[in-house]
Design a protein around this ligand. Structure first.
Ligand code: UT7
Length: 333
């Protein structure tokens, strides 16, 4: 019988400092009313200057291992768009700090879809027999890459980390990942990007002109693509799992904008009440968004063992993905 990846641990961590919409409005031309009505966000967490993405990742990773009640894994995958440094990857350092030894560790770069790409990669390692247990972490500190003067991105993004442990198991067990569907469209890569600092426009060369080290997003166009791509990806993941839309108890989608989540539910012809909502308290935490929303929904009792879940995300690249999962008896830490 073929091996499947089964979720057996879930952890989350948010930096303690919280920034409300009113606090943002003290320094930017925005308001609590605008941010709430256009995005559904009420506040976001921001990491202290002393913290980097790896620090958040270690916190969430340790909690996921505790939730799974294990002390070792065969591989660690970290999804992030805000690595500690451009080189090397952040995952090996996180692995060492977690005391996980000399196992393979690498980063996955798919921005807000990163956690789903990392889950799919972990599932592949498990199916191939390369690993029996994999720690998958989604962690981002977008506060470090936002333009302090850009109200459209400052209003949305927050920092955080979420993690899951996958183990080898059987296809019909609770927690087994169902069909995983991923996609990308690089022809629209400019819709979400950091213009300078990479090999295309290294800071050294950029001194000749104006370097732009900040995250830029064409909000409206991204909004449209997010709804369209998550809906299409979700339909494919449901079809691959043999589920009808009506079988889904909860949609745990990337928490980018409440209007996007509602539009996605409408497109799928699914009751909006079935959307897990976490962004009101944390904003868009990029690669951490799906595991954080999942942990919040389980802790709050809106996701319970046996529930049929649809996970879906969309991000820079452009990238997107979806997968199904029947929630197991797992307590998030
Ligand atoms: O995580 C990856 C995926 N990301 C997303 O899915 C995000 C998708 N995009 C969005 O969520 C929305 O496009 C935004 C929340 C970013 C912006 O909302 P919008 O309703 O699409 O507004 P807009 O960008 O079309 O801008 C409308 C107006 C503009 O003013 P003018 O040019 O009409 O005078 C913006 O400058 O709203 C203004 N605006 C703001 N006003 C007050 C943008 N941000 C703010 C703000 N406060 N924070």
């Amino acid at each position: 019988m073929s091996r499947s990846a089964v979720l057996c641990g879930l952890g989350s961590w948010l930096p303690p400092r919280c920034v409300t919409n009113d606090e943002l409005a003290e320094e930017l031309d925005t308001s609590d009313a605008w941010i709430r009505s256009r995005t559904g966000i009420g506040q976001r967490h921001v990491a202290d200057a002393s913290m980097a993405t790896s620090d958040l990742a270690v916190e969430a990773g340790a909690r996921a291992l505790k939730s799974a009640q294990i002390g070792s894994v065969d591989a660690v995958i970290l999804a992030t768009a805000t690595p500690d440094r451009l080189c090397p990857a952040t995952a090996p350092g996180v692995t060492a700090r977690l005391g996980l030894g000399r196992v393979p560790a690498f980063d996955v770069a798919a921005v807000c879809t990163g956690f789903l790409y990392a889950l799919a990669t972990a599932a592949g390692l498990i199916a191939a027999g390369t690993a029996d247990r994999v720690l998958v972490i989604g962690a981002d500190t977008f506060s470090r890459i936002l333009d302090p003067a850009d109200r459209s991105t400052r209003a949305i993004f927050g920092d955080g980390a979420g993690a899951a442990v996958l183990r080898a198991g059987q296809r019909h067990e609770p927690g087994a990942l169902g069909a995983v569907q991923l996609g990308s469209d690089g022809s629209d890569e400019d819709l979400i990007r950091i213009p300078s600092g990479g090999s295309r426009d290294p800071f050294r060369a950029a001194t000749a002109h104006e370097a732009d080290p900040y995250f830029r997003m064409a909000g409206r166009a991204v909004f449209r693509r997010a709804v369209e791509c998550m809906a299409e990806s979700s339909r494919r993941a449901l079809a691959g799992s043999g589920w009808a839309v009506g079988d889904v108890d909860r949609v745990v989608s990337h928490q980018a904008n409440l209007r996007i989540m509602h539009a996605l539910a409408d497109q799928l012809v699914l009751d909006r009440e079935r959307c897990a909502i976490h962004l009101d308290r944390v904003g868009n935490t990029s690669a951490a968004s799906v595991p954080l929303a999942l942990a919040d929904a389980v802790a709050g009792g809106t996701v319970r063992p046996g529930h049929r879940l649809l996970l879906t995300a969309f991000g820079g690249g452009l990238t997107w993905g979806a997968c199904t999962l029947r929630w197991p008896e797992v307590e998030p830490v």
